[in-house]
Design a protein around this ligand. Structure first.
Ligand code: HH2
Length: 285
């Protein structure tokens, strides 16, 4: 029997994503000395490009390049330094892979340099707080990820508080998404992301994931980044991020079955298999 899904292809200048089979994988490429899980592993440009190629080969539909860690307690680094770390890697990667590359930054200067180097998606953990970022996304016609965070990475885990976390986060994301639309970003180019671990306690993260279907029901595509995060370690008693792969698989399964469009992960080969099986099950009939 043929699958129940219809064709669902997102195309823009410089890229294309095919959601017809369901959820897709975004592979994380951190060119940083201090990321919480893989800091320092891919700081050399050659190692970073190699890892990007491996992730594309292992099933990543998007490669997300980040040049600044946003782990709890991290400090920001300059646009010039981020550009120095990211641009050469993006240029090389873009010439060798046919999957789109996203740039994980909230600085318009970094996003623009990355787009000029061959990236074609903007992943903004500050939900387009800087209007120049919205204008850039509108001008270039590229997809944007609009992520929720309470506070800043330096302070966000000190004492996160919400009345109703699901309601507050989804209302915030809809407001930011609508603002982007008012600047000319097309609705189908906007991905909303509840920002797992960004100013959230364990309970907040659990509620956001439990009710992730409500985010899907907004009509915006949804992206979730739960990979190897601390809340998983708290549940399974694993302090080492690399030991949180099965815990990540549980969160990925839940997201993919709830209709999330993209999961952002470190373990691309493993999560590709997880998502393939979930997509087959949800698309059956
Ligand atoms: N999480 C991290 C970074 N960027 N972007 C989106 N859209 N959603 C996320 O959940 C998200 C993100 C943090 O994870 P990681 O990149 O592995 O670590 P670090 O920030 O320490 O580099």
């Amino acid at each position: 029997m043929a699958g129940a899904r219809s064709k669902d292809i997102l195309e823009w200048p410089g890229g294309k994503l095919d959601f017809s089979d369901g959820c897709l994988i975004m592979g994380i490429l951190n060119i940083t000395p201090d990321s919480f899980s893989d800091g320092g592993e891919f700081l050399s440009p050659d190692a970073a490009v190699q890892h990007g190629l491996e992730m594309a080969g292992a099933g990543a539909a998007v490669i997300d390049v980040g040049a600044e860690s946003s782990r709890p307690g991290s400090e920001s680094i300059s646009a010039a330094e981020q550009i120095k770390r990211a641009v050469g890697v993006i240029e090389k990667l873009a010439s060798q892979v046919d999957v789109p590359i996203s740039i994980d930054t909230y600085l318009p200067e970094v996003a623009e340099a990355a787009l000029n180097a061959g990236a074609s998606i903007i992943n903004d953990i500050t939900a387009l707080a800087d209007e120049r970022m919205i204008k850039l996304a509108a001008e270039r016609g590229v997809p944007v990820v609009v992520m929720h965070m309470q506070g800043t990475p330096a302070t966000m885990q000190i004492q996160p508080e919400y009345g109703n976390v699901v309601k507050e986060v989804s209302e915030f994301l809809i407001e930011r998404a609508e603002k982007a639309e008012s600047f000319g970003v097309k609705k189908e180019m906007i991905f909303i992301d509840p920002g797992i671990g960004f100013g959230k306690t364990l309970e907040h993260n659990l509620l956001l994931l439990k009710h992730i279907d409500l985010f899907v029901a907004t009509g915006y595509r949804v992206l979730v980044g739960a990979s190897r995060k601390r809340f998983i370690g708290e549940i399974i008693g694993k302090a080492e991020p690399g030991q949180r792969v099965f815990g990540t698989a549980a969160a990925v399964t839940l997201c993919a079955s709830a209709g999330v469009s993209i999961v952002r992960v470190h373990d691309v080969a493993e999560m590709s298999e997880v998502v393939k099986v979930v997509n087959k099950i949800t698309g059956a009939g």
